[in-house]
Structures are given as structure tokens and as C-alpha cells.
Design a protein. Structure first.
Length: 291
């Protein structure tokens, strides 16, 4: 989790001290012995509000570990502080990089291969993610609201991929999410509120407690996904699959789904137990039966 952050113009004083005060009880609890703590410094062009889309050609990220945590394996195992984080990093230039907490707002990352990189707690708002690969990596707590996930050209296979990634709490609110694949990832408590999601694979993804409130879904695949306790309410969905998706304790209140490509009702093969229907009644069709 990201405990605290600060941004400052240090161009005139590169050795400026930056105090960080952490008072949030949850953050302090997460800093207990045995958990990894890092301080991350990102060199970046001045930011605009709201973030301009893919306006920054590069950034530089240094990560200093101040308290070691559990053994992390190969994900995020490479110190990339001397590398340019941007299009000139080269196609495989970000593989295995430790980029925890990196401020990559508006950075152009299109086409880069960051497989097995660790972007936990990072900021990807407004970033260019066309053909960006984070397969097998980590993106827990990342905010990618306003990012560009593909060129938007129908039939152009250039969507971002986060296949088999670990990304609890991933956020992309009020964003056009076009053609990426999150197949088989862990994205519990993700937040896609108000986004338009098109041509996306959430097949086999853990989305327990996730928020899709007020989204527009076009040709989205939730096959065999876990949506336990998820907010799937006030959605306008077209040709979207819920094949064996687990909607236990989820809410579908106010949503509208067209038939799937097979012309079946999307809820026919979904798992419904204590699920709130479009109209508000509870559906217990698939709850386990005693005895």
C-alpha cells in the first residue's frame, strides 16, 4: 500500500529534504516488522491537473528499501534506477523492474515489456499503455484512471495485457478501457466505477469485492471469474459473458444485460446465491442445499 506521497519542484535544489509524515493507522499497521517498506523517488516532468494523456516521454525511478520483507522471488527483483522509464527503455527494458510506488503519471509506456515487474502502489493516471505488458507482475493499489489502454482501432491487437498479475485494489475510474486482457489475474477490490469497458477479458479473474458501478460493458468476458460481493450495479452491458461467474452476494441492482453471443441470458449459467437482482430481489438459485 502507498502510505504517503509528496511532489515538489526540486530543479533548483536537487538535495532538498522532503519530510513524509505517516499517521494513518492502517499504514502504520502495515509497517510492522516483517513487511517490506521502501522509499521511492521519481524524476518526472511537471504534472498537470488533470493529468495530460501520455504527455511525458520518460521518468526515472529509484527505490530504496528501508525494511526488508518476505522473500519476493523474481518479480520486481531488478534495480532499474539507472534506466529510463519510457519508450527509449527498449522493448524488454522493464522486465523484472522494482518500480514500487513509482509516479508514472502521463508517462508514455506504450509497447514496453514490463513482465514480472513490480508496480505496487504506483500511479499510472493518464499513462500511455498501448501494447504495454505487465504479465505476471504486481500492480496492487495502482491508479490507472484516465490511462490509454489501446489505440481504439477495431481489429488492431494493441491492447495492454496484465495476464496472471497480482493487482488487488487496482483502480481505473471513469476511463475508456479498450481491448486489454486481465486474464487469470487477482484483482480483488478493484474499482472500475463509471468506466466504459470494451473487448476486455476478465476470464478466470478474482474480482471479489470489486466495483463496476455505473459502467458500460461491451463484449466483456467474465467467464469463470469470481465476483463474490462485487458491485455490478447500474450497468449497461451488451454481449457480455457471465459464464460460470460466481456472483454470490453481488448486487446487479439497476443493471441491464443483453443476451450473450450465443443468444443466451448471461445469468443462465452464472452462480447466483444471495445475489441482488436487477430489480432488487434476492436470488438464491445456486445456494448450497443442506443435506
Amino acid at each position: 500500500m502507498l502510505a504517503e506521497k509528496s511532489t515538489a519542484d526540486v530543479s533548483g535544489a536537487p538535495d532538498e529534504r522532503v519530510p513524509l509524515t505517516i499517521s494513518d493507522p492502517a499504514a502504520l499497521a502495515a509497517m510492522r516488522d516483517g513487511n517490506r517498506i521502501v522509499v521511492t523517488a521519481t524524476q518526472h516532468i511537471p504534472l498537470t491537473q488533470p493529468p495530460a494523456v501520455a504527455a511525458a516521454p520518460r521518468a526515472y525511478v529509484a527505490v530504496k528499501e528501508v525494511q526488508p520483507g518476505p522473500k519476493r522471488g523474481r518479480v520486481g527483483s531488478v534495480n532499474c534506477s539507472a534506466r529510463e522509464i519510457g519508450v527509449r527503455a527498449g522493448l524488454p527494458g522493464l522486465q523484472f523492474c522494482d518500480l514500487v510506488g513509482a509516479l508514472l503519471t502521463s508517462v508514455q509506456l506504450g509497447g514496453l515489456d514490463a513482465r514480472m515487474a513490480d508496480l505496487t502502489g504506483g500511479d499510472l493516471r493518464g499513462a500511455g499503455l498501448k501494447s504495454f505488458k505487465l504479465d505476471g507482475g504486481r500492480a496492487g493499489g495502482v491508479d490507472a484512471s484516465g490511462a490509454v489502454f489501446s489505440s481504439g482501432i477495431h481489429g488492431q491487437p494493441d491492447g495492454a495485457t496484465m495476464i496472471a498479475a497480482t493487482a488487488p485494489g487496482f483502480t481505473a475510474r471513469s476511463t475508456l478501457i479498450d481491448e486489454p486482457s486481465f486474464f487469470s489475474s487477482s484483482m480483488n477490490r478493484a474499482d472500475f466505477t463509471g468506466s466504459t469497458i470494451s473487448g476486455v477479458s476478465f476470464g478466470g479473474v478474482a474480482l471479489n469485492g470489486a466495483r463496476f458501478s455505473g459502467t458500460t460493458l461491451l463484449h466483456v468476458d467474465f467467464g469463470v471469474s469470481q465476483l463474490v460481493g462485487a458491485k455490478v450495479d447500474h450497468i449497461n452491458a451488451s454481449v457480455t459473458s457471465l459464464f460460470f461467474a460466481d456472483l454470490t452476494r453481488a448486487t446487479l441492482l439497476g443493471s441491464s444485460f443483453t443476451t450473450e453471443e450465443s443468444r443466451e441470458d448471461p445469468l443462465r449459467f452464472a452462480i447466483l446465491c444471495r445475489t441482488q437482482s436487477y430489480g432488487g430481489r434476492l436470488i438464491n438459485r445456486d445456494c448450497p442445499r443442506a443435506g
